[in-house]
Design a binder for this molecule. Sequence first.
Ligand code: ADP
Ligand code: MG
Length: 259
Amino acid sequence: MRIDWTTLPEAVTKEVANRIGGTHAIPATAGDHAEIAATVTGTNGKVFVKAAHTDFGVRSLRFELRVSEAVSGSHSPAVEWHFEAAGWLVVGFEHCDGPHADLSPGSPDLDLLGEALAVLSKMQAPDVGLFSPKGRLGFEHPAMDGDTLVHTDLGPANLIVTPGGLRVVDWAMATKAAPWVELAMLTSWLIGAGHTPEQAEQWLARHPAWRSTNADALDYFATKNAEKWVSKSAGATAAWIHDLADWTVRWAAYRRCQA
Ligand SMILES: Nc1ncnc2c1ncn2[C@@H]1O[C@H](COP(=O)(O)OP(=O)(O)O)[C@@H](O)[C@H]1O
Ligand SMILES: [Mg+2]
């Protein structure tokens, strides 16, 4: 849940101002997990600031910080600085300028995503206490286990198309798993962006990790993931939960028809 920048203690805003040369903050309009997520501008430039002060928020941001430091490179914004003050953990990320990726069929951003996935699928999981598939998703299958760093939340809001290429942000749910788990999680976003389940699978089949995955493991994943989101959507009011239930159910239904 976001809170307002202006409610931050002075000890925090002063520290930020020291680093950026000002604190003109514009809250992020996408996502809503982080307590503070804002573009902050000063005389030294622009930084993306995430901050937290609840126990859960600090734990989660500390985890994201560790993962981000480990992955910072061509496809992920660098961590520029971090500090703690007045009970807050505050992290300054390299600012990524540009729109969110368009994942609709035929979009050129899909090629950028494909390239990023090829790089990410080769990233050995850093030793920073990543989620297990069961811890992240609530279900498990032996084929989901692996040694790859899997972002698990590659929706358009976490993909920014900058003049320098695609950047992947928000590593708060990073998981150590088999590389196909990343692709299986992507089905929802591809379907949500207008692919039929068949088109989504066709696109994913360019990736060796998809082609080499056992169909039973994919069936199991699709079914369990759909069950999870249907159960979450019962009684939920947030539209995004109903969207995910819809998209995951469509994929699971398609796989059942193919069986
Ligand atoms: N480094 C960055 N530069 C520019 N914008 C960013 C950056 N990181 C995140 N954002 C934007 O802010 C939004 C929220 O940040 P995110 O890290 O995804 O937080 P949340 O955990 O709330 O989803 C993202 O959807 C993206 O639009
Ligand atoms: Mg996000």
